[in-house]
Design a protein around this ligand. Structure first.
Ligand code: ADP
Ligand code: ZN
Length: 445
């Protein structure tokens, strides 16, 4: 049995790393203590939590075992919007050393705050994830997550800083410069959204630079769903080993969970975040191994404790222990959310299925956009696919054949007919952060 991290001499001396391997009984005890403290803090300091718990007749003292968490009311994104900006803070603003806000495209953003201790915990969980995936203090890391209010850039920055790596805080955008610095600075590690890295790969190719020949060994990707197919594609093309990191602003930002060298699900840093899976319709807790909506509670956050936050992310908690030996449990990688499901003429469609279909058809992953519309009172789904230079052909026949191949592959997976349109290179909107794959023009009656 491989036991990567634990056998690693460097890791043995790192006290934070040991937390990943804490005996399970001790971990559950720690979680219970912290959960009780968090519920108490939320009840005493945050009117919304107190009101909700009072309505249900639940008192902090009622949390006697971890299972009792089921008595606590859920929190939703709407609660963060309704209490904008500081309504969920449990400490005085003078104790808050950092604010972030979600990139929310509709209306007001949601605001999250951190005390100094919260910032330290955030950096330490990311550091544990980085160590688990083989990143080291000797790495020169190019961080192209967006810096600013988005938790991605500065969050990951803090983790690499705690690790002691050399950070190139380039943020997203200016793709040619990304390629140039990657080469000139001798970058060994990357962090960012995988969709933006696809764009960087494309631009490097145009510049005549082979990323494979640079010194980049590892990449930490996250903030959006990316399939195993996309991972294989990037790894085959660049030789870079890619790892997945998960998180959300409401809980802390990136670093709620992260893969290890085994890349068999993402370990949740359970000493700071308590995961549950619930049935998204009945909201009943589901046992480990079953798929449902991930619900997370913070266990150590002081500025903004969050109880039973409904993430909308669909996953399962793995039942078995990871080969790395970590006792903290894993969740399956996340491919879809309860709210990104498209219902097309009665058929449930997830954007991630289109990605799988494109990879299956041509073993490439072009830039694409899903456009939903209503034509003659019927909902249509069009997949606009940006043709890459390697796919281009002068013959109409060849392009038609390509179109047909994509269409068949998508329809086979979705089980519903779609329109495929091939577009000129560089004609679709490009993301420099999280990719936006769906444009919904449907008319709602
Ligand atoms: P927003 O996008 O609303 O501004 P966040 O940046 O906090 O807020 O986004 C969090 C969401 O991003 C998660 O709930 C999840 O849907 C998605 N996400 C983050 N990391 C991953 C990942 N590694 N794999 C899949 N989805 C992810
Ligand atoms: Zn593991």
């Amino acid at each position: 049995m491989r036991s990567t991290a634990w056998n690693d001499e460097e890791n043995k001396v790192l006290p934070e790393m040991a937390l990943d391997f804490m005996p399970e009984e001790q971990l559950r005890e720690l979680q219970l203590q912290r959960l009780r403290a968090t519920v108490k803090l939320a009840y005493e300091k945050v009117p919304l939590f107190r009101q909700r718990m009072d309505e249900k007749g639940v008192k902090p003292e009622d949390i006697k075992t971890l299972k009792d968490i089921a008595k606590v009311p859920f929190t939703m994104k709407k609660d963060l919007r309704d209490t904008y900006p500081y309504g969920l803070f449990a400490v005085d603003l003078s104790e808050v050393v950092r604010l972030h806000a979600s990139s929310g495209t509709t209306g007001k953003p949601i605001v999250v705050g951190y005390t100094k201790e919260d910032m330290e915990v955030w950096a330490s969980v990311i550091k544990r994830g980085l160590l688990a995936c083989g990143f080291r203090s000797t790495d020169i890391v190019q961080n192209f997550f967006g810096y600013g209010l988005f938790t991605g850039g500065l969050g990951i920055h803090g983790g690499f800083e705690a690790l002691g790596a050399t950070i190139v805080p380039i943020s997203g955008g200016n793709t040619e410069r990304q390629v140039m610095l990657m080469k000139d600075f001798g970058v060994t590690a990357l962090a960012g959204t995988p969709s933006y890295f696809l764009r960087i790969m494309d631009v490097a190719e145009k510049m005549g630079i082979s990323i494979r020949d640079l010194g980049v060994k590892r990449a930490m990707f996250g903030a959006e769903p990316w399939s195993d197919g996309m991972r294989d594609y990037i790894e085959e093309k660049t030789g870079i080993k890619c790892y997945d990191i998960y998180g959300l602003s409401e809980i802390v930002g990136p670093g709620v969970g992260c893969e290890c060298e085994c890349r068999d699900g993402m370990h949740i840093f359970e000493d700071h975040f308590y995961p549950e899976i619930v049935d998204p319709e009945t909201l009943e807790p589901l046992p480990d191994g079953e798929e449902g909506e991930l619900v997370l509670s913070t266990l150590s956050k002081r500025a903004m404790p969050i109880l039973r936050y409904r993430t909308r992310d669909i996953t399962a908690i793995e039942k078995t222990r990871c080969k790395c030996g970590r006792t903290i449990r894993r969740i399956r990688r996340i491919g879809r959310r309860t709210d990104d499901m498209i219902i097309l003429r009665g058929v449930n469609v997830f954007p991630s299925q289109i990605e799988t279909a494109l990879l299956r058809a041509e073993k490439i992953l072009p830039n694409y956009l899903i456009v939903l519309d209503t034509k003659n009172n019927m909902d249509t789904l069009e997949v606009k696919i940006e043709v890459t230079r390697e796919m281009m052909s002068d013959s109409m026949g060849a392009m038609e054949k390509l179109n047909k191949k994509f269409k068949q592959s998508i329809e086979q997976i979705l089980g519903v007919s779609v329109i495929v349109t091939l577009c000129e290179p560089d004609s679709l909107p490009k993301s420099e952060g999280k990719a936006k794959r769906v444009l919904d023009n449907r008319k709602r009656m």
